[in-house]
Design a protein around this ligand. Structure first.
Ligand SMILES: [Zn+2]
Length: 320
């Protein structure tokens, strides 16, 4: 199947630095664990965030790597990082089990094919297994707002789930045969309608709509249940002009008090959350890229901490 092929191929081989890490850990025990790791990991290496635990919303479970979970746990410990682990439906059992054993490090998220005939049953099964949300939804045959997808969103709304959507430009996997994949079905503006029709879903958009950053930011501004990550190629593409993100996340201090933000933070950048979407070896570099963005845009410390973990800790009910 096309989606299966994409799952096996897409992120590591084609997206490269655009992998998806989702950290949903169970709340119990998280607080004590997080505070014990607050400033250094067990091997004494200072946590890269410098402040508490990183929550990475965009880590794709890689079934092709036999020691993936153990390798992830090493990175998790070194970087003081919890992952929303984006898991293909067929790998649900191994990740659910790993999340039970390591609830402070792995938060299970389920990838489903929105066009699969039994997608609603898959979603219900994931819920019964303790999954905390869906993602990364992508490679859709129709735009995200097609009514045929609403039964999935209705379930997610009922569960109060976090749902991660790919937004923007998407890889091409096949060059010698037709493929039914198009970025236009995954434009960030579609997420506006989902966030409003299904207000109990927290909508996470991956890649900040690359290259439609402006649409992504503007709809995030007006929807309290919407956030974006900047995983993928954007922070590399923009590395010499990172400060231009201030023109995109422009409304700091403009005071639209009707729209709730985490901790009532008035800084526009609070609509971002950390996501790496890369290989395990590449996560640390994405952390550095986020910090370069923060420096270039003079993002204050409390907002940085929310982006790097605080917002998702609160959303997922993880004692911080
Ligand atoms: Zn993506």
């Amino acid at each position: 199947m096309m989606n299966k092929m994409f799952n096996q191929f897409s992120r590591r081989k084609f997206l490269g630095a655009a992998g998806a890490t989702t950290l949903l850990s169970s709340a119990r025990g998280f607080g004590a664990y997080a505070s014990s790791l607050k400033n250094s990991s067990s091997d004494g290496v200072p946590a890269s965030s410098g402040k508490g635990r990183i929550v990475d919303m965009h880590v794709h479970f890689d079934a092709k790597k036999p020691n993936y979970i153990e390798d992830f746990l090493k990175v998790s410990e070194r970087l003081n990082l919890t992952a929303l682990m984006l898991t293909p439906f067929e790998n649900r059992k191994v990740v659910a089990e790993a999340a039970k054993q390591h609830p402070t490090r792995i938060v299970p998220f389920g990838y489903v094919d929105l066009d699969a005939p039994d997608v609603v049953q898959q979603v219900e099964e994931l819920h019964s297994m303790g999954f905390r949300g869906l993602g990364e939804l992508e490679f859709v045959k129709k735009p995200y707002i097609d009514p045929s997808y609403f039964p999935v969103y209705e379930r997610a709304n009922e569960y109060g789930w976090v749902v991660l959507f790919h937004t923007g430009i998407v890889l091409r996997a096949k060059f010698n045969e037709p493929e039914d994949v198009a970025s236009g079905r995954m434009r960030p503006i579609h997420l506006e309608e989902i966030a409003r029709r299904f207000p109990k879903i927290t909508v996470l958009g991956a890649h900040c709509g690359n290259p439609e950053y402006q649409w992504a930011a503007e709809i995030a501004r007006w929807n309290s249940n919407m956030f974006f990550d900047l995983s993928g190629s954007s922070l590399t593409k923009m590395q010499r002009r990172l400060s231009t993100f201030r023109d995109i996340f422009w409304w700091t201090g403009e005071g639209d008090s009707v729209v709730k933000t985490p901790d009532n933070d008035p800084n526009a950048f609070v609509k971002l959350v950390f996501g790496s979407d890369t290989s395990l070896e590449g996560i640390e570099n994405v952390v550095k890229q986020y910090h370069a963005l923060f420096d270039a845009c003079e993002v204050p410390e409390p907002t940085r901490n929310r982006i790097m973990g605080g917002t998702l800790i609160n959303l997922l009910g993880l004692p911080g």
